[in-house]
Design a protein around this ligand. Sequence first.
Ligand code: AMP
Ligand code: MG
Length: 499
Amino acid sequence: MNAPEALPLEFPVFDNSFAALPEAFYTRLLPQPLPDPYVVGVSPEVAELLGLPADFLASPAFAETFAGNQLLPGSAPLAAVYSGHQFGVWAGQLGDGRAHLLGGLRNDRGHWEIQLKGAGRTPYSRGADGRAVLRSSIREYLCSEAMAGLGIPTTRALCVIGADYPVRRESIETAAVVARVAPGFVRFGSFEHWASRDRLVELRQLADYVIDTFRPECRAAANPYAELLADVARRTGELMAHWMAVGFMHGVMNTDNMSILGLTLDYGPFGFMEAFDPGHICNHSDHQGRYAYRNQPHVAQWNLYRLADALLPLIGRPALAKSAVDEHYGTAFEGKFEQLMRAKLGLRSGLDDDEAFIGETFGFLQQHRPDFTLFFRKLSKLPGEVEPARQPAVDAPLRDMFIDRAACDAWLANWRARLAQTPWEDGERQAAMRAANPKYVLRNWLAEVAIRQAKAGDFSEVARLQTCLRNPYAEQPEFEAYAELPPDWASGLAVSCSS
Ligand code: AMP
Ligand code: MG
C-alpha cells in the first residue's frame, strides 16, 4: 500500500505522546488495508469523548479510517513491544501482534489514545495473522462499552469495522477491526520487557513517561517509582473489587493483559457469572482454572509482584517494592469490595460484622447457585420488613429462584435483621440498590445472538444490545428479554482464546 492520504477534515489534534518515546519501544508501521470495510457498530459516547465531527461519523471515510485504510491527519501509527507472564510462566517477548496505535490526542475530556486491534501483522505477530475475527471483535466492543456503562474502569471501543475478508481459525471466519480508546495501553508486561533484558535506561524512560503523562502526583513522593507501584496496586485492587462485585471474569489475566492504569484490558474469553459458582472458569483453554472467578484477586496480586520485580531496579529496595504492593493492594481491594457489597445489599452504613455477613451471603449463593445478577436485582425490590404470614408471597420473586425455599427464607431473615440495624426508608434503599445492582450484563447468550445476526449481515442487534447496556441499572421495558436467564440452547456455549 502507498502511504494513505490524510483526510481533509477537521479532527482533534494528535500529540502522539507514546510515539515521543525512543524507537526501542515500538515499530512504526502502517495498518494493513482491509478491502471494502463496513461499519458494524459505533459507540456514540466514545465518538463524543474524542470530539469526532458528526459528518465524519456518517461518511464512508469513517469505515476506511478505522479499518486502517487511510490515516487521520497527524496520526503516526506504531506497534508497541512488551513481554509478559502467561498462565504463570514467563513467555518472553510478545508485543502488539495485531494492534496499531494510531496516536494520542488531548482534549477537554482528557488524553486519549486510539488503537486498531486486528489491523494486520506487525513485527510482534510471532507467525500469527495479525487479524481478529468478527465474533471476538463484537464481544470486545460490546463488553468495553458495557463495562463503562456499569461504571467499571475499562478501555473503551469507538467502533467495530467488518469486512468479508477471510480469516482462518477453527473454521474460516471474516475479519474485523475494533478501534479501542484509552488514556494509555501500557501494560505490566511493558515494564517486564525491559527489566528482563537489564535495559535500565528504557525501564526508567517508560516509568518516567507513565508518571509524567498519567500520574504526575507521584513525583512529589520520596520514591516516585514506589509511589507509581503503589498507585497501580490501589487501582488494580479497586478494579478486582468491581469485577468480583459484578461477577465479571476476565479469563486471561496474564501480565501482558494488565493495564498500568488499572483498566480492564484485552477482552477475550471473558464472562459474567450466571448460576453462582466461585470456581467458574470462563476460558475453556484455562484447564487448571488459574483464572477462575474466585482466583482473580489473588492472581492480580501475583501479577503486581511481577510488576514489583520489574520496577525493583528503579525502586532500589526489595522491601519497599514489596510493601508498595502489600500495603496498598489488599486495603484497596477489601475496602472497595466491602463498599460495593454493602451497596448491593442495601446496607446504609457499615458495621463491624459486615464482612462476616458478606461472607455468609457468598456461602449461601455458592450452595444454592442462583443467577448472580438476577439475585441482587430481585433483592433490590423487596421490602425491609414483612409480616410473617405474607412473607412467602411478598418474597416470591426472589424465593422462586431457589429450590430450597427454607434456605432462602433463612438468609432473607438475616438480611432483614441486618437492614434493621441501619434503618433506611424502603423507597430510598431500593433506589440505591437498583443503582448498585445492574439489571443488564453482557451475558454470553446475548452476545451470541448479536454475533449470529451480524454474521448474517444484520448489525441491528449489536446496536440494540449496546443501547441497552449503556444504562444497565435502569429499567428498560423494551429490553426486558435481555435480563432473562440463558435459554436452553445457550447452555453449551463455550468461549475459547481463539479470536
Ligand atoms: P492475547 O492472548 O489476545 O492477549 O494475545 C497475546 C499475544 O498474542 C499478544 O502479543 C497478541 O498481540 C498476540 N496475538 C494474539 N492473536 C494474534 C493474531 N491473530 N495475530 C498476531 N498476534 C496475535
Ligand atoms: Mg493481550
